[in-house]
Design a protein around this ligand. Structure first.
Ligand code: DX5
Ligand code: ZN
Length: 242
């Protein structure tokens, strides 16, 4: 059984380039990393599993040289398996598939791990954590969707907070990150880190008001989300230890 108390659970901010300038992805990736982003989150949508279309492995390969850190690829596609190899070759560090994307998520996670990449499992807001128990030792990250996937800028679904807390208890000492995706802002970040999340995806809340010509706005947005998230995580830890 995999158990590792040493997993680094410091808060990570992962801006979603779904909210970036689509004509300027390379410069946008460089700008957010220079402004403090920990990971770069890439939302791949197929117009079938979700009602929106974005980009594929060729775009991931094109931006890879512009990302120094972790490229976090969120696959909102069905089927998933035929494309895993291509996203691995494109330079993804984390490849996340949805539990709802097909009947054989176990096989999908095996296939992701076989590429040597980190495997993520995403759960839609309507999906409970029961099935996760059978998959938890196959994953490096569980992504709790706090909006219905497909679009940036949607409202945070607060009913997911109890799910995050239950998931954190289920994970225990396992080296598995909890990532939150959707509607993360300065106001909602503390709710999810207090419940046990450590990776926060944020699209509109990072990119709004900024541009590659005014990247300091990205820096201020990232710093504000991080400060709110860390304060709540620290407060929770000190409550738990008393
Ligand atoms: C939604 C995507 C998210 C989205 C987040 O389907 O998976 O990553 O871009 O955007 P915000 O932070 O604007 O909700
Ligand atoms: Zn995403």
């Amino acid at each position: 059984m995999s158990s590792d108390r040493s997993l680094d659970r410091r808060i990570r901010i992962a801006p979603s380039i779904l909210s970036a300038d689509f004509a300027n992805f390379g410069a946008e990736c460089r700008a957010i990393e220079a402004q403090g982003a920990d990971w770069v989150h890439v939302d791949v949508m197929d117009g079938h599993f979700v009602p929106n279309l974005t980009f594929g492995p060729a775009m991931c390969a094109a931006i890879r040289p512009h990302i120094r850190g972790t490229m976090d690829v969120h696959l909102m596609i069905a089927p998933v398996d035929p494309y895993i190899e291509a996203f691995a070759k494109a330079g993804a560090d984390v490849i996340t598939a949805h539990i709802e994307a097909g009947p054989h998520i176990h096989r999908t996670l095996q296939a992701i791990r076989a590429t040597g990449k980190k495997a993520g499992l995403a759960l839609n807001p309507g999906t409970g954590i029961d099935a996760v128990a059978h998959l938890i030792d196959m994953v490096d990250l569980i992504c709790v969707m706090t909006v219905n996937p497909g679009f940036g800028g949607q409202k945070f679904i607060a009913s997911q907070i109890g799910k995050i807390r239950a998931l954190r208890a289920l994970i225990g000492d396992r080296p598995v990150h909890i990532e939150i995706d959707g509607g993360v802002t300065v106001d909602t970040a503390p709710l999810v880190t207090a419940a046990g999340a450590d990776v926060l995806v944020a699209g509109s809340a990072v990119f709004s008001g900024g541009s590659v010509d005014a990247p300091e706005v990205y820096g201020r947005n990232i710093a504000a989300i991080r400060a709110a998230a860390e304060a709540a995580a620290t407060a929770e830890l000190s409550t738990a230890s008393h």
